[in-house]
Write a protein that binds this ligand. Structure first.
Ligand code: IMP
Length: 434
């Protein structure tokens, strides 16, 4: 049995796209389990850059199969446009991609509802990706959502869609935010989408169970990051799905007993897009330097990412929530030129030193990081493929992160290409991938 979860251990954008693409070579199937087209996984293969939003990045490898699990919310227009782009680039999507019949369908009205919650006076603005993700999950939890299996049944879809639209339009009108939508035109368009996705729709839980019985292996690909998880993240500044390890089971129907390991992806520093507390955020020139060297702009929205220093207590927290066996540390090379590199080892809340993240957003906003500064290595690690050849201060930096997070750094990513990666011999990560 080799079924492994890979997910983000910070606020997303840790570089999971490349890592999943690279490690998917060792698995038969790659499965996404939550989120929607708010995610943006950037993968570079040779000269080509791919930004994947809904389709698991493992699909870029010939012969691999991919699953979009029941835990996702799917905008069919976004999905079909991604499929068309990939197929035009020569990637075989049809025949290799399976979509859960229990995933939820995202509609244009969800974007309108999101405008309401994000823009209205008095509401806390989360700084979302404006894709309608939250409102679609709201409908799911409120048990009025439309699922892919409903979309495929014309009569069911029409009845559910018309009822949902009546409710939404009434709410939008009452709040004076209604913008004219061609509701009948959208319904007809979704009926066309249904026919295009129909051949790919399956009971993907059954498909995965059968695949596992046949001895196939599955890599579960998280989107966003644990600190954006609806339960465990910096609520309310989170996304609306379960972005941590538990979500891999609920979002695919694969039981926890079939999971053999969990790998966390962490940047050698940390970033966040959107609003919300960020204890180790560094303002001004330092942030600019990291952003410039790390090209820290959102893959989906293009927004500049907020940048800061590695937060070890935060990582200890996400390691505990997810049960990380190993970490992949990405973008080490971004720190190559810094004279010294602060790492947060604890927090101060008022006069008290605390080691755990408090649950209230206001307290997370107030805590101050306690830093230890490590000397920079001031030489290039870009493209390194062998751990022993890293500058000794870079190795000390990684050892420090291991000591303060309690998790091994089993792999280090030193550039965007597949081959710019170190997998440490003898690590738990190496064994999980073997
Ligand atoms: P939503 O997922 O669009 O509802 O946005 C909620 C929060 O999650 C916002 O702070 C977004 O910036 C953040 N977010 C959503 N998707 C991603 C992602 O793929 N990477 C980083 N942040 C994300």
């Amino acid at each position: 049995m080799k079924n492994v979860i890979i997910l983000g251990s910070q606020w997303g954008d840790e570089g999971k796209g490349k890592v999943v693409d690279l490690f998917s070579e060792r698995f038969d199937i790659v499965a996404r389990f939550q989120g929607g087209h708010n995610a943006g996984h950037t993968v570079y293969i040779g000269e080509r850059k791919y930004v994947l939003k809904l389709i698991p990045s493992g699909l870029l490898r010939p012969g691999k199969q991919a699953v979009i699990g029941n835990g996702l919310v799917i905008d069919p227009a976004a999905l079909l446009s991604e499929i068309d782009t990939l197929e035009a680039a020569g990637v075989a999507v049809t025949g290799n991609l399976y979509i859960s019949n229990r995933a939820h369908v995202l509609l244009p009205i969800h974007r309108l509802m999101e405008k309401m919650s994000e823009g209205r006076p008095g509401r806390v603005s989360i700084g979302t990706t404006s894709r309608g993700i939250g409102p679609c999950y709201e409908d799911k939890i409120a048990r009025r959502g439309i699922r892919v299996c409903d979309l495929l049944d014309r009569e069911t879809f029409r009845a559910q869609y018309d009822l949902l639209m009546r409710e939404k339009v009434a709410i939008a009108r009452a709040l004076d935010i209604y913008e004219e939508l061609d509701l009948a035109g959208i319904r007809a368009q979704y009926e066309e989408f249904a026919e295009r996705i129909r051949p790919m729709v399956r009971d993907t839980a059954v498909l995965l169970h059968q695949a596992m019985r046949d001895g196939k292996t599955v890599l579960f690909e998280g989107a966003q990051g644990t600190m954006l998880d609806i339960d465990h993240g910096t609520y309310p500044f989170v996304t609306s799905s379960s972005a941590s390890a538990g979500g891999a089971c609920t979002g695919t129907g694969v039981p926890p007993t079939r999971i053999s390991g969990v790998i966390g992806v962490a940047k050698a520093y940390i970033t966040r897009v959107g609003s919300g507390p960020f204890p180790t955020e560094t303002p001004g020139e330092e942030c600019e330097r990291i952003r410039r060297r790390g090209n820290e702009y959102g893959a989906v929205t293009g927004r500049p990412r907020r940048c800061g220093w590695f937060d070890a207590p935060l990582l200890r927290y996400t390691a505990a929530i997810n049960g990380f066996d190993s970490l992949v540390i990405t973008k080490l090379d971004v720190l190559d030129e810094f004279d010294s590199i602060p790492v947060c080892v604890a927090y101060k809340l008022g006069n008290r030193e605390i080691r755990e993240l408090p649950p209230e957003a206001a307290d997370v906003q107030r805590i101050e990081p306690v830093y230890e500064c490590l000397p920079g290595w001031k030489s290039s690690t870009f493209g390194a493929t062998c751990y022993d050849n890293l500058p000794s201060r870079a190795k000390e930096y990684l050892a420090f992160l291991e000591e303060h997070t309690g998790v091994e750094a089993g792999s280090i990513s030193t550039g965007p290409e597949r081959n710019q990666t170190i997998v440490r011999p003898g690590s738990r990560l190496e064994k999980l991938l073997a």
